[in-house]
Ligand binder design. Structure first.
Ligand SMILES: C[S@@+](CC[C@H](N)C(=O)[O-])C[C@H]1O[C@@H](n2cnc3c(N)ncnc32)[C@H](O)[C@@H]1O
Length: 118
């Protein structure tokens, strides 16, 4: 799912180039409006603010055992079950229900007392 129509189109074009277009679907859609309850694996590349917005949706809709993989930007307050780095990117794996740790990566408290997303 991708909000930006140009990126959704590029994804289709790349899938066609690689002959994968009949095995994958790209939706130009707001993920917040899509029911995720049937997902078994969710893979996201979103900035932390978007991950934070999705967190209550994940907690409400995803079934126990569902895996969530976040590229580069972790879910604030969730402790990853595993992390790995590939080239210059970090990946965070969570299993539903996730372990909660408010100090987990993703949230940083500023001097003013408000939290800032990393
Ligand atoms: C870090 S960029 C990743 C861009 C591209 N998918 C890539 O892999 O290079 C995050 C993307 O998430 C998309 N996005 C943000 N909020 C979204 C939402 N609620 N639903 C769908 N896509 C969203 C943005 O349009 C943006 O392109």
């Amino acid at each position: 799912m991708e909000l930006n129509p140009d990126l959704a189109k590029t994804a289709w074009e790349k899938a066609k180039e690689k002959g994968l277009h009949d095995r994958v679907t790209f939706l130009e859609a707001d993920v917040m409006g899509v029911n995720l309850s049937e997902a078994t694996v969710v893979v996201c590349y979103l900035i932390t603010a978007a991950s934070a917005a999705l967190k209550p949706k994940f907690e409400a809709e995803l079934k126990p055992g569902t895996r969530v993989v976040m590229e580069s930007f972790p879910v604030p307050g969730w402790k990853p079950a595993e992390t790995m780095s590939y080239e210059y990117k970090n990946f965070y794996l969570y299993r539903i229900p996730p372990e909660i740790d408010e100090k987990a990566p993703g949230i940083e408290y500023s001097d003013s007392g408000y939290f800032e997303y990393l």
